[in-house]
Design a protein around this ligand. Sequence first.
Ligand code: G6P
Length: 369
Amino acid sequence: EAYDAGDHESFMHKEMLEQPARAEAVLRGRLDDKFGTGHLGGLNLDARELRAIKRVKILGCGSAYYVGQMGASLIEELARIPADAEAASEFRYRNPIVEPDTLYVAVSQSGETIDTLLAVQEIQRKGGFVIGLVNVVGSAIAREVDGGIYLHAGPEVAVASTKALTNMYLAFAMLAVQLGRVRDLSIADGRRLIAGLNAIPGQIDQVLAAEPELAVVAKSLAEAESLFFIGRVRGFPVAREGAQKFKEISYRHAEAYQTSELKHGPLALISTAVPTVAIVPDDELVERNVAALHEIAARGGPLTVVTHAGVDLGDLAGKVERIDVPKNERELDPILLTIPLQVLAYHAALSLGHDIDKPRNLAKSVTVE
Ligand code: G6P
């Protein structure tokens, strides 16, 4: 059956709206409600081998790299294993240390990105064990890895990735729960997270239902030449991905920063002409995040705040654009905070009249160095 954009004005729009159904597909058959764990048979690792993992290193490019950062934080939080993500394009050039008790994870929608593929080969050359989080079945990376999790996002045509990214995140969440459950993550916490995962497809649908309101916000953001996207800890990779998507298709300068680093530099650039999109989840950092919003507002910086219903913005309420997303478990919130940023980028690009699916100078998969 041919994959076309149907009634949608672009593939990106179609692919955004497919997310609830595709999210269900990646979770299907892989969640164990009873014992609160994941069932990821394709990893080719038994409980003892999972238990022996001392470190996790994630490699990907572009958006896949930013989801990798979200994945690293899930793994550290839920399994308490040191984890980090690195741009696959840099990895092989710094003579990386590859260790036998590290789990390497290559993340790629296409499975053909040359930088990610060469990182996989460098790891294997040094005797490392690498799994793939890959969408395209039978792609180069999928064939070369030692195990993996297929993303079941279906074909993705738009250069700006949406549904594949969401499924990468969900795959990382299942991996993190499974790694956690062979360690200190309790059965109760495991069940809590599995229930959270089961709720995500419906919650994505709720975010997407706000598209008309998000389109209005996007139109005003598109007028700015330069924007900041800010977040911290779990929210920082969300900000990075939000800025990436915005710059890829709107061609506006969008820069991601840790909210905590604002005062160490970028605050100098804040003015009425430079809007900020702030990621402010209802978590342990909410008060600090709201304080940072005041710093921006005091300098006249326009604010769009992606947050949760319970968050009190104090005297900023009414002065900022507020986007509430449904609350899930704290650890799983990042993916829901990411969805409105896709919609903002999409409508900004649309209002500027750009070719959404084929942004200038970019390719869907970069297969040459
Ligand atoms: C290209 C695209 C990015 C994408 C990256 C990784 O650079 O422009 O949007 O995130 O490739 O692609 P992959 O297929 O490996 O996920």
